[in-house]
Design a protein around this ligand. Sequence first.
Ligand SMILES: [Zn+2]
Length: 137
Amino acid sequence: MSDTRTTAGKIEKSEAEWRKELTPMQYAVLREKATERPFSGEYDHEHRAGTYTCAGCGQTLFESDAKFDSGCGWPSFTRPALESHVDEERDVTHGMVRTEVLCSKCNGHLGHVFEDGPGPTGLRYCINSAALKLQPK
Ligand SMILES: [Zn+2]
């Protein structure tokens, strides 16, 4: 396994570079914190086994065995593949208090985490499909 510490390896790019590399949907989600429409993302009903990596930088974010069908319209996971690969920040926009989930390597916006998930974590990582890339096993 590779070294999982990523603080030294942060990826920093200009917004122009990101705009060139990402699709408009990926850019809107990762860099502008947009949320894709529910039930619209390509991984909402994805059941293949594999590893979900960051669409921005390729860092491993979630494993398919942590994915569950929450019915909320976005891919949902009970836990990240590695705690150190996601950052969590308090988000008080849109009149709600939520916890934002970001990729720890490129600082891309992934989605939010809620405390209404199934056991054992009780967490629901509600993630935009556009922020993810599935690497099927
Ligand atoms: Zn990333």
